[in-house]
Design a binder for this molecule. Structure first.
Ligand SMILES: Nc1ncnc2c1ncn2[C@@H]1O[C@H](COP(=O)(O)OP(=O)(O)OP(=O)(O)O)[C@@H](O)[C@H]1O
Ligand SMILES: [Mg+2]
Length: 494
């Protein structure tokens, strides 16, 4: 009791006076008079720079600390093994250690994501669609990693077929009154009939878990809409699914089972299919949840785990009532190309009203294009996502696509170039001719900041005295102290 009287309170008091979640509250100053406010944070940020350019230790460190200091909750996705220690340090330095929750194999926190969906959504039609959407996102990320999917010509067809299978699996479990769990989904899909003959055979009926569920669903009392759903489900499993071509069925089933199988074993089973003692909603109460399954160490398992948690976070935070729960939360993804999904564009458009500050760090823009699909598809999805991340911070980069893009964002201005030439007599004998010269100015619309400028920014480390340079660009707004659309600044590493 007495001890608490001596806790430093000055900061809290001044923050309260300012209005703790006031959108105009400054989080940090880029340069004197140029602030990054809560409002700016909620409009999203993209940090781009080559490996070793100072993203994590420069702008990343400054921005994460600023949001921690301001009391944000947040979700931290991790790619590298050292990120847990880094955030432990940031939280200790900003007095937030008691808010940090570490979710990972060596910790006690568990999140049964399917249970969570069920307890929230009830058993209505929405539940099936939510679970289908969640699995679709997980499959998108898992397939991307294995090199399949993403932008194939027949991509849409496979996706539809997969979603149809998932929808029927989930509906059947719901109508049969069974819990929706990863092991049940797995059992169901591997015991579905693979031919029309099998669907009518007594052997299959006697042994198949799928048939057992169909019989249980048939026998249960159903609402009128469940009656209609059940007809569709029964038709699907007894006619449509066994009637698919062998190739289609095997691709769809193997795509689904290979991912469900990963969820059904080891670490993921333990973390996501047992109990629940942490949920993403807790970020809205000021918790910082760090997913300690770095992709570089846990590969596919880390990616699937973080995709599930991230998606559940996005859904939870979109649902919250910000008048009752106004605390801003952040979504932090270093090496963001691993974690970006097709859901992010839509999510990003709601971030400001949902009070989420997304910060994505990545080496270059082609990384993100490739993550979101082949060719133009990936590029246009990425451009739309980037368009909704209003603050862009460019560090040193050798990637010409990124550097050109940065120059284009800043724009071209009319620039005057001095030109001049002079001609001297060429003869060795001086005939008294005066040298002739002409001069003038030519004007051209040129990049205000040339792409080459980004190759020369300082990258921190002892050689640069711990200084990391960056050029900041904000969508459609000029910086008041310079009147320009861009701002050059320097971060101190720490
Ligand atoms: N706290 C620190 N103090 C001084 N130098 C540092 C510190 N942290 C990193 N460095 C060095 O500064 C440079 C920038 O490192 P940083 O990890 O921030 O780059 P990055 O852009 O995040 O790279 P990557 O894409 O590989 O994650 C590197 O040379 C690194 O060794
Ligand atoms: Mg880094």
């Amino acid at each position: 009791m007495l001890l608490s009287l001596f806790k430093p309170r000055a900061k809290r008091v001044s923050v309260t006076r300012l209005g703790q979640w006031d959108l105009d509250r400054p989080l940090l100053e880029w340069t004197r008079g140029e602030v990054w406010s809560v409002r700016d944070a909620l409009e999203g940020a993209l940090i781009v720079g080559a490996t070793g350019s100072g993203k994590t230790s420069g702008s990343g460190a400054a921005m994460s600390r600023a949001m921690l200091e301001a009391g944000f909750g947040g979700l931290v996705l991790t790619a590298k093994a050292d990120e847990r220690a880094l955030w432990q340090r940031y939280c200790a330095e900003t007095g937030r250690s008691s808010d940090l929750l570490i979710f990972g194999p060596d910790h006690e926190l568990r999140f049964n994501f399917l249970d969570d969906e069920r307890t929230r959504g009830g058993a209505g039609a929405g539940l099936t669609e939510n679970i289908v959407a969640l699995f679709s996102i997980v499959l998108e990320v898992a397939e991307r990693r294995s090199g399949g999917g993403g932008g194939r010509e027949d991509d849409g067809y496979w996706r539809r077929a997969l979603r149809q299978l998932l929808r029927n699996l989930v509906d059947l479990l719901i109508i049969a009154g069974r819990p929706i769990s990863v092991p049940e989904l797995y059992r169901l899909v591997v015991t579905a009939p693979v031919s029309l003959e099998q669907a009518t055979s007594d052997d299959w009926k006697a042994e198949s878990f799928c048939f057992k569920c169909l019989r249980e669903a048939d026998a249960r009392a159903k609402s009128a809409s469940q009656e209609r759903d059940f007809e569709l489900v029964a038709d699907y499993f007894l006619l449509e699914f066994p009637g698919l071509s062998e190739k289609t069925r095997s691709v769809v089933v193997s795509t689904l089972t290979s991912t469900i199988d990963v969820l059904n074993r080891g670490v993921l089973r333990e973390l996501f299919s047992t109990s629940t003692n942490v949920t993403p909603d807790q970020t809205a109460d000021g918790r910082i949840i760090l997913l300690d399954l770095p992709v570089k160490e846990y590969a596919e398992v880390g990616l699937i785990a973080q995709t599930i948690f991230k998606y559940a976070f996005q859904r939870a935070i979109e649902r919250r009532d910000v008048t009752a729960s106004p605390r801003p939360v952040f979504l932090w993804a270093d090496e963001a190309q691993h974690f970006i999904t097709s859901y992010d564009q839509g999510f990003q458009t709601t971030c400001r009203s949902a009070r989420v500050a997304t910060v994505l760090l990545t080496q270059n823009t082609p990384n993100v294009y490739a993550a979101l699909g082949d060719g133009e598809t990936g590029k246009s999805r990425a451009d739309s996502l980037f368009g909704n991340l209003n603050t862009k911070i460019f560090h040193a980069n050798g990637d010409h696509v990124t550097n050109e893009w940065a120059s284009q964002l800043i724009g071209r201005t009319r620039q005057l170039f001095a030109s001049g030439n002079s001609s001297h007599p060429t003869s060795l004998i001086d005939w008294g001719d005066a040298p002739q010269s002409s001069g003038g100015f030519s004007e051209a619309y040129e990049f205000e900041v040339q792409p080459s400028v980004f190759t020369r920014l300082r990258t921190g480390g002892p050689g640069n005295g711990g200084n990391v340079d960056a050029i900041i660009v904000r969508n459609g707004r000029v910086f008041p102290t310079t009147g320009k659309t861009w701002l050059r600044t320097t971060f101190r590493q720490g």
